[in-house]
Design a protein around this ligand. Sequence first.
Ligand code: SF4
Length: 313
Amino acid sequence: MNSEVQYRYLFGPVPSRRLGLSLGVDLNPAKVCTENCVFCQVGRTTALTLERNEWVPTADVLAEFDRWAAAGHQADVVTLSGSGEPTMHARFGDVLRHVKAAGRFKTAILSNGTLMFLPEVRRDAAEADVVKVTLSAWDEESFRKIHRPAEGATFARLLEGERALRAEFRGQLWVEVMLLPGYNDAPEQVRAIAELAKSLRPDAVHLNTTTRPALAGVEVPRLPEAWLRTVAPWFAPAAEIPVFAGRAKTPEATTDAEWLDLLARHPIALDALATACGADVPALERRLAPLVAAGQLAVEEHHGVRMVRVAGA
Ligand code: SF4
């Protein structure tokens, strides 16, 4: 029998670079969420609400977990995540406590942060070893545009909740920043997000961009890896970026038109661009030299970092 069909609320375990082998627990029916993010990879939110409820039966989730653990399966961490915002489940704290009582697993929760303004949500979230919250906006308008939240969810509340969590939580607080072309990727926007992220005193910052087709009905292309590498040091601590499965083409294999297209939006740090291409800086510069000589690209220094951009952009 296929073991995958035996479980309704558990998924994986899947290897996670940051968490180790992670068993997922999904406490939301698809698709109940406090947000309807343009980049969502689960799909369009059909029940957009801040309502907290026992969206799936806690007893069934715990029984399933016990069955999984009794079968001798291995995982490093049990992670509440899945088809929506896990803190919407009124008893997610009981799930964390139950998993911890099993004694073998660390616990994590991946939250969008919208309900952290509620003291009872923060208290239960603090049961986890790791809490990851999202911060991809810098003001109310950008928050609404990117996350399309339920009525009652505001950027001010998000920030207030995430800051309060930091003040109370002794475990690892990670902040995820999802950067999207045309929404929040301009240098001044990223700097504004970085400034706010700093105020959360996170243990780690993870930069991300869309890696799979978004399923929420909005076409959002992914950002070039080199731009993520360029902005990563703007965060404190410096942001980590995902491992990209397919590397960018080598400098030699990239056409002139592709270079101009890649660099059209932002100036990108030469060393970040070289890393993304799997090349060294001199090799990259040799490849770009004809475009610089033709006046199509310019290399300039900003704050001690050498950046390349489309000339006149
Ligand atoms: S990305 Fe997360 S928070 Fe946003 S709609 Fe999807 S499940 Fe909800």
